[in-house]
Design a protein. Structure first.
Length: 458
């Protein structure tokens, strides 16, 4: 692939539309050079004692901890996240580095009983790993791939989204400050069509970890297939929030807004399809309307703000396209003036062919739909090409287990909207992705299994 002419990308504050930074873009020749340097660094890193690798990762976590507020404020500026969310995200990076460090010395193989000798397995690093991170959660999702890959003995080349490279670049500086070897963890800001594609097509990159749209995920999967390259893909979602009549309906309605409004709805796990049992439907709507309207939308740096702006004008126009004028809806409020603002919105009486029912909007918009019984709820929940996450609300434990088993999604919560913990696996069914991230097995996803047989026959 010919190299593209270098250019710079302006980073806008989504709340004000002001330019906060200008970042040079990486070309394909720079990606090639970075892969060569990363391979050399990885060879040395894999040869280090596991205890030393773990110690350096813990030091990296400690340095991140020392800069939590700086990283959070940077995230507010580049991504428009509320300050509380941004602080959590920086803390998640720290916690994930600590968690991954704990797995370094526990990345063990097996001894398998065989005739005529001893058989053992070893888990060896892949080499250089490319992590392509999204703009909706720039810090934590970058760490989901980076931390376990480093812990397993790999080098990481991180390609952040064009609109949100600042926290990634700062994390790379903090890694060096913590003592990680130069070139082991390197950030390549730039366009997905250039830097991202170069990582996917480079024979020296052993695996790609990608979070983003299903469309781009399919392209990455196809590109990786030409080199038989491993991929982990976390893609789109259209998650259900199922409320049964026997649930605590007051609590379910109170918590429903932030299940789809967190990060202004720019979340693959957002519960944007609210399914309510028909006998509780009217009461739920009565409770939901004031809950939606009470959500505080505004300056993301204000401690009281619950929802900030969308990431860009492009995203704003996309969201507007799903909510034409005159649609029956519950609406909150949003600031006027500069910034990419859209009010919290719940569409009611949605026609069966409305795209808002099936397409991932990636904004602060949900639909509410009645259902009759368990069978109907499961049918509606599964009536989507996605299968990432979801919630269900009921006081009946048997029902909770039956419905959880029947809903085709990788991450479900009962009487809760919690989807993500660094200590539990995360990933989707169907077109929501391939593979799993996080949890106790995260490191093994960045290893090769080598089998060795040693004959004991004389």
């Amino acid at each position: 692939m010919p190299d593209q002419p270098p250019h710079a990308h302006q980073i806008l504050d989504p709340a004000t539309e002001e330019v906060v930074a200008t970042v040079p873009a990486t070309g394909t020749a720079e990606v090639d050079a970075a892969v060569v340097r990363a391979a050399a660094a990885q060879h040395r890193w894999a040869g280090a004692a596991p205890a030393d690798r773990a110690r350096l990762l813990r030091r990296f976590a400690a340095v991140v901890d020392d800069h939590l507020e700086e990283l959070a404020r940077l995230e507010v500026k580049e991504a428009g996240h509320t300050l509380g969310n941004a602080r959590w995200e920086a803390g998640n990076v720290r916690d994930l580095l600590d968690y991954a460090a704990g797995g370094v010395e526990r990345l063990t193989g097996r001894q398998i009983p065989v005739a005529g000798g001893l058989d053992i397995t070893l888990l060896e690093p892949l080499g250089v790993v490319g992590v392509i991170a999204p703009w909706n959660f720039p810090m934590p999702i970058a760490a989901w791939g980076t931390a376990p890959a480093l812990a397993a003995g790999n080098a990481v080349l991180l390609k952040p989204a064009e609109t949100t490279p600042l926290t990634a670049l700062r994390l790379a500086e903090l890694a060096l400050e913590a003592g990680l070897p130069e070139h082991l963890f390197h950030v390549l800001p730039g366009a997905g069509e250039v830097a991202g594609r170069a990582l996917v097509e480079h024979p020296g990159v052993a695996k790609i970890v990608f979070t983003g749209s299903t469309r781009v995920g399919k392209e990455i999967m196809a590109g990786g297939a030409r080199l038989v390259k491993r991929v982990t893909l976390e893609l789109g979602g259209k998650s259900p929030n199922i409320v049964f009549a026997d649930a605590d309906v007051e609590r379910a309605a109170a918590e429903a807004p932030m299940a789809f409004l967190d990060n202004a709805g720019q979340d693959c796990c957002a519960r944007t399809r609210i399914l309510v049992q028909r006998t509780a439907y009217d009461r739920f709507l009565e409770l939901l309307a004031p809950a939606v309207r009470s959500v505080v939308v505004g300056d993301p740096s204000d401690e009281k703000t619950q929802m900030g702006p969308l990431i860009s004008r492009t995203q704003l126009e996309r969201v507007r396209g799903y909510v034409p004028e005159g649609r029956e809806a519950i609406r909150g409020s949003a600031p006027d003036g500069p910034g990419f603002w859209f009010p919290p919105t719940v569409l009611t009486d949605v026609p069966a062919d409305d795209p808002a029912l099936t397409e991932e909007i990636f904004g602060p918009v949900a639909v509410v739909i009645p259902f009759d019984d368990e069978e109907d709820a499961i049918r509606l929940a599964n009536d989507t090409e996605y299968g990432l996450s979801g919630s269900l609300w009921t006081r009946d434990l048997g029902r909770a287990l039956r419905v959880s088993r029947a809903v085709a999604a990788g991450n479900l919560s009962v009487n809760s909207h919690s989807s993500v913990r660094y200590s539990t696996p995360f990933g989707g069914y169907k077109q929501s992705g391939v593979g799993r991230e996080l949890g106790p097995d995260a490191l093994t996803a960045f290893t090769e299994t080598k089998n060795i047989f040693i004959s004991t026959e004389a």
